[in-house]
Write a protein that binds this ligand. Structure first.
Ligand code: CDV
Length: 309
């Protein structure tokens, strides 16, 4: 048995006016709870330090850059790293990254129990659009503010498990989990900010949004025999509702812990990494069963082609 007690630290809304320091105080309070429940690893949401700013259309690059971190840790986040280090808890959280050479990414990091950053991931599947879209109920401008991630889907041997990360929209793509699965992942850590209503279809509301999120994570977990921890930033940010539904999914695809609120809430489960072994050595023993001679189209083609009528 290789048990890690995992905490999913769902966060309630962050308003535009909230400072990084105030948000970090909330993250530390969640870490305090995690310590009292003996957590080994705590996962925070995508863009955990700020409001989900890609909903706002901005033309002034200085205004955009306000939402980005130039280094990690930095003055605002150092207290979070210090508390995690004191507690001996590994953490993962998302933030907007501005590199020294001026590139912008939607990023997440992973630390070990000593508070050292051992892994970095930059979001690959950026949803949304580049220009203001009058057809949408609200904007989703990730394609305007971020570059697609350039680091690929990696895993790290960390604190006794093979850990990988992805971010929000990545969780809907089977390619994400399969690449991680091919690298032996046992624990996928991901955060998300998912609007409660589809900006392009008002009939797609909370129930369907929660269903799609859960469906994606359950499928990814089962088909790759891995634990998946998905953590929301939820609630109403400056009038814009984000769904909750943070959950921990086991390597059989079962949900073993789930958030009930749309606020700061810690979900906890003792996750045995050895539970991954059965699926990885039987039905999803990739070495024995995958037929790569038929999969080439997956990496050579993006859009779907249809047969001629
Ligand atoms: N932050 C996200 O990536 N959100 C998307 C929304 C736009 C669908 C998601 O996949 O949840």
């Amino acid at each position: 048995m290789r048990e890690l007690i995992i905490g999913g630290a769902q966060m309630g809304p962050i308003q535009k006016a909230d400072s990084r320091e105030a948000v970090v105080r909330r993250m530390i309070a969640l870490l305090d709870q995690a310590k009292s429940r003996n957590c080994d690893v705590v996962v925070f949401p995508e863009l955990a330090l700020t409001t989900f700013f890609p909903r706002w259309y901005m033309e002034d690059q200085a205004e955009v850059d306000f939402w980005f971190e130039r280094e990690m840790p930095n003055g605002a986040t150092e207290p979070l790293f210090a508390r995690a280090r004191d507690y001996g808890i590994a953490i993962s959280f998302g933030y907007a990254e501005l590199t020294p050479d001026g590139r912008h990414f939607n990023t997440s990091i992973l630390t070990n129990r000593k508070g050292e950053i051992v892994g970095k991931y930059r979001k690959v599947h950026l949803p949304g659009h580049v220009e203001y879209d009058t057809q949408r109920a609200f904007q989703h401008l990730e394609k305007r503010y971020f570059l697609p991630g350039d680091l690929g889907f990696n895993v790290w041997s960390n604190e006794g498990a093979v850990m990988g990360m992805c971010i929000c929209n990545d969780r809907r793509w089977p390619e994400t989990y399969r690449v991680l699965g091919l690298k032996g992942v046992e624990l996928v850590l991901l955060g998300y900010n998912t609007p409660s209503v589809n900006s392009q279809m008002s009939a797609e509301g909370l129930e369907k949004r929660l269903f799609h999120s859960q469906l994606s994570m359950q499928a990814g977990a089962y088909q790759n025999a891995t634990w998946v921890v998905g953590v929301a930033k939820a609630g109403v940010e400056d009038g814009h509702p984000l769904m909750g539904g943070s959950m921990i999914v086991d390597p059989n695809g079962f949900v073993v812990a789930k958030a009930e609120s749309e606020d700061d809430e810690l979900i906890v489960h003792g996750c045995d990494m050895d539970l991954c072994e059965f699926g990885k050595t039987t039905i999803f023993d990739f070495a024995r069963h995958r037929r790569i001679e038929h999969y080439g189209i997956i990496t050579s083609q993006t859009g779907a082609s249809r047969p001629a009528d």
